[in-house]
Design a protein around this ligand. Structure first.
Ligand code: ZN
Length: 471
């Protein structure tokens, strides 16, 4: 197999920071070498002088081609994983979907079919269990054996993905038995739908009302309920896209009681706010659930604090893009909600800029340290979802998924230059400190000199183990 040497950089993991050359043989890291001590012959040499050499990013929350809100998320597995690679992400965990009346196994197989041969980077799946019944409970066990070791449930979206407390309890009991994780969208969807109806009756139809009716209290309430149900069953619970300080308080209290409860947040909840939902229909760009929160209420500051104190363990994206104009294949998207905010497809593009936003707005801005940046973007996601130590670190024997980031480089985020298949950026014009220069996926250089060198099908399915975060 061909050898690659990453030379002259500073290797950063979740705990270490060292001057070292990284030797890759085939798809694996085989040595970390003190510079100048051993002469190594390698077919490919990546010059990393002055750069940071980081584990490839892992985004454990993406929705490529998700059918939702009467259309499909605009990125396919091909365009979405390529955009991820451009941004320094080398692994995603996407969500396969079981709809009402469908078998979970068939849902997973359908999503495997969409991804197979199309991905630029490695991928795994969580399973959205949208119909908990006796058969689904049996299938959960089969799915765990296939490497789908986490199941997502919704306390939001009645009539779509929603599960009631009884269904959630049953799924949690089963997941606890199998060592699987329950991922929860924690918003009280039944109460929210009442508030949505009342707002529309008052003629409040603009996107801003999406943010106003989906109360942070109702995210806190659902988070509390999910935690109590998890406590009954002993299951590992992972709250997805936590946005509200009320929800964070519940997670902190659960962790203080010693429960296996974790949570992620997303860049949009750290860097954007309710204000983005204003400005007429332009706010539709920022419609996602839970919604962006009011900065004056202190949510964003509390989320940063939670990241520092490890009450929040992961930052993923919930990448789920919909176009403002017509999408060439999927047609009308955000415009479906003209005159009725509740019909705006929920979701934002984010898989590409995640690493840049967190490096620039987190590390450079002094909110988190460099090791912590690696931990929340790669190491913990890998441990939490059963991929460590193949993924999530730079160590002998781990996959050679590596990002070379130039801390002195800069980058301007724009729809003109991004690679996601969506017609706007949520961070248009933002100037980022630091630039991803080279991306290596399992030993293959896929981004170099502002060029994509990979091909669809480079990425392979990851049959994930159960969580290793807590042991
Ligand atoms: Zn999601």
């Amino acid at each position: 197999m061909a050898k690659t040497l990453i030379k002259g950089g500073t290797v950063v993991t979740a705990v270490e920071q060292m001057e070292a050359d990284v030797l890759i043989d085939g798809a694996e890291v085989v040595a970390l070498i003190r510079p100048g001590t051993i002469e190594i012959a390698a077919e490919t040499v990546v010059d990393a002088k002055g750069c940071l050499v980081l584990p490839g990013g892992i985004d454990v929350h993406t929705h490529m081609e998700l059918p939702f809100g009467g259309t499909f998320a605009a990125d396919t597995f091909e365009t979405g994983t390529r955009a991820a690679a451009w941004g320094g992400t080398t692994t995603i965990v996407d969500f396969a979907v079981q709809t009402k009346g469908q078998s979970a196994m068939e849902g997973w197989e359908a999503w495997m079919g969409k991804a197979r041969g199309n991905c630029a980077i490695d991928y795994g799946f969580h399973m959205i269990t949208g119909d908990i019944n006796d058969q689904t409970l049996k299938e959960m066990e089969l799915l765990v054996r296939e490497g789908v070791t986490s199941f997502k449930m919704f306390m939001a979206y009645p009539g779509v993905f929603y599960s009631d407390d009884g269904q959630i309890l049953r799924a949690m009991q089963k997941a606890a038995e199998d060592g699987a994780t329950i991922c929860m969208h924690a918003e009280n969807g039944i109460a929210i739908d009442v508030l949505v109806g009342q707002a529309l009756d008052r003629g409040e139809t603009d996107p801003i009302h999406h943010g106003l009716v989906r109360k942070s209290l109702l995210e806190g309430e659902a988070t509390h309920r999910a935690i109590r149900l998890a406590e009954l069953t002993g299951v590992q619970l992972y709250i997805v896209h936590l946005s509200a300080k009320e929800a964070l308080d519940e997670v902190i209290s659960a962790r203080d009681r010693g429960l296996n409860v974790y949570a992620e947040t997303c860049p949009q909840y750290l860097f954007l706010s309710l204000e983005n939902l204003g400005n007429g229909f332009d706010g539709a760009k920022y419609v996602c659930s839970p919604p962006l929160r009011d900065e004056a209420e202190g949510h964003q500051e509390r989320l940063w604090q939670g990241l520092r104190t490890n009450d929040l363990q992961v930052v993923s994206t919930d990448h789920c893009p919909f176009c403002m104009g017509d999408h060439p294949r999927f047609g009308t998207q955000k415009q479906l909600g003209q005159g009725d905010f509740s019909k705006i497809p929920n979701g934002m593009p984010g898989v590409e800029p995640r690493m840049s936003l967190l490096y620039s707005g987190g590390v450079v801005a002094g909110r988190i340290g460099l090791n912590r940046f690696v931990e929340i973007t790669a190491t913990t996601p890998a441990k939490m979802f059963g991929m460590y130590p193949k993924k999530g670190t730079i160590a002998v024997g781990s996959d050679a998924d590596i990002v070379v980031l130039d801390p002195n480089g800069t980058q301007r985020i724009s729809v003109e230059t991004h690679h996601m298949d969506v017609d706007y950026s949520a961070y248009e014009g933002w100037e980022m400190s630091g630039k991803v220069e080279t991306v290596i996926s399992k030993g293959k250089v896929i981004i170099s000199d502002d060029q994509y060198l990979g091909s669809p099908g480079d990425g392979e399915y990851i049959a994930r183990d159960t969580s290793r975060y807590n042991i």
